[in-house]
Ligand binder design. Structure first.
Ligand SMILES: [Zn+2]
Length: 379
């Protein structure tokens, strides 16, 4: 079993890469999943010697090359040089993975509202770029190609290279006081941009009817005429016009992933699953079985509080993805886990399930005791 940790470049550079390498080796971790292109964030870094917080718009922590079109990563304003290159040079034989955020990018969305998701009501959902848009597809292909061609990474892991689910993941000071539930969140985020509508029309889907149904259902949820806990999959079976509209998105993503597999060359590709919940990836437009032809593995962040809950999530997703390995991510700290014994039990359960690789979230965000728990669990 291999062990990795997600990490932010500022935490590694502030600590000193040599120090980080030594610390990770002591713990038993052989790989860093480094944030290279990342969404807007505010972090709290309990062990960082130079800063306790990092606040940034969606940014890249590397200097993009000149292959991009209208959309390109925006290097973080506080970066001097290329932080990814600085780290890659200084981590010796630790393996390095690019932790890469795709469509969830409010900076690019605010500046390019025509490429964002469009709600059934016609709102621009600026936190998410729509992967049906040709300019967004060009951007995602360029991003993966740029990272792969740097030859710094043992793997490239893709986050939100899909139809970003829901109302925005807390972007920004989110104020929602209507009980939308998972169904309402899903339908509000269901994109009806020009390109999504075109694709669906070409597939003989009645787009107007699908849109009306989505709008009316959200209104019913708001008014309390439909329970907020209505399960989305059950609802969709009763509304085939929306089901057909949702299915078209899966075809678009399968084609996109075929392209990503090409531009990534020999660098293995992974995709983060489990959003909005394990087995609910279809809500982000992802058919796990078909995408599996174009990625080398999936990684399931399972930030649960018990061995049973982590293994439940693992087996739920694994049932959809037998053709590629399923890696697992754990959060061995607040608010998921508060003791070392639980970390040990979970890692032991995943070892027995023959999970090939476990990643811990996240090196710079965890306090000292969490690192001790990881070390003990690995041993
Ligand atoms: Zn769209």
């Amino acid at each position: 079993m291999e062990f990795a940790t997600w990490a932010y470049p500022w935490d590694i550079l502030d600590e000193g890469p040599e120090q980080t390498v030594e610390q990770l080796r002591d713990i038993g971790i052989g790989e860093i999943n480094l944030a290279t292109n990342y969404h807007a964030v505010q972090t709290f870094s309990p062990r960082n010697p130079d800063r306790k917080t990092h606040f940034a718009h969606a940014s890249s922590y590397f200097q993009p090359d000149d292959r991009y079109g209208t959309l390109a990563p925006t290097p973080y304003e506080g970066m001097d040089g290329d932080w990814v290159a600085d780290i890659a040079r200084q981590i010796d034989d630790l393996r390095l993975t690019s932790w890469t955020v795709g469509c969830h990018n409010s900076r690019l969305g605010m500046a390019n509202r025509d490429v964002t998701l469009e709600s059934p009501f016609g709102d621009d959902l600026v936190f998410g770029l729509c992967p049906s848009h040709p300019a967004v597809q060009t951007y995602l292909r360029a991003l993966v190609g740029d990272l792969a061609d740097r030859k710094e990474f043992d793997r490239i892991e893709l986050e939100t290279f899909d139809y970003f689910y829901g109302t925005g993941f807390g972007w920004h000071h989110q104020k929602i006081h209507a009980a939308l539930g998972m169904l309402g969140e899903f339908l509000f985020g269901l994109c009806f941009c020009e390109h999504c509508r075109e694709h669906a029309t070409a597939a003989d889907v009645d787009v107007a009817q699908a849109r009306d149904t989505a709008v009316n259902t959200i209104e019913d949820l708001i008014a309390g005429r439909l329970p907020a806990d209505t399960p989305p999959d059950q609802w969709l079976r009763q509304h085939p016009e929306v089901g057909a509209y949702v299915d078209v998105r899966e075809d678009v993503l399968v084609d996109l992933y075929a392209d990503l597999a090409t531009v990534s060359g020999t660098t293995p590709l992974g995709y983060y699953v489990g959003t909005p919940d394990p087995g609910g990836e279809w809500m982000a437009g992802v058919d796990l079985d078909r995408i599996a032809r174009h990625v080398d593995y999936y990684c399931l962040p399972a930030y649960e509080s018990s061995r049973e809950a982590v293994l439940d999530a693992y087996h739920t997703v694994d049932a959809f993805t037998s053709s590629v390995p399923l890696h697992v991510g754990l959060l061995p700290g607040h608010p998921a886990i508060h003791d070392g014994e639980t970390v040990r039990e979970i890692v032991d359960g995943l070892r027995r399930a023959e999970v090939p690789r476990v990643s811990f979230y996240n090196y710079g965000l965890l306090p000292e005791q969490s690192l001790d728990w990881i070390e003990a669990a690995i041993q």
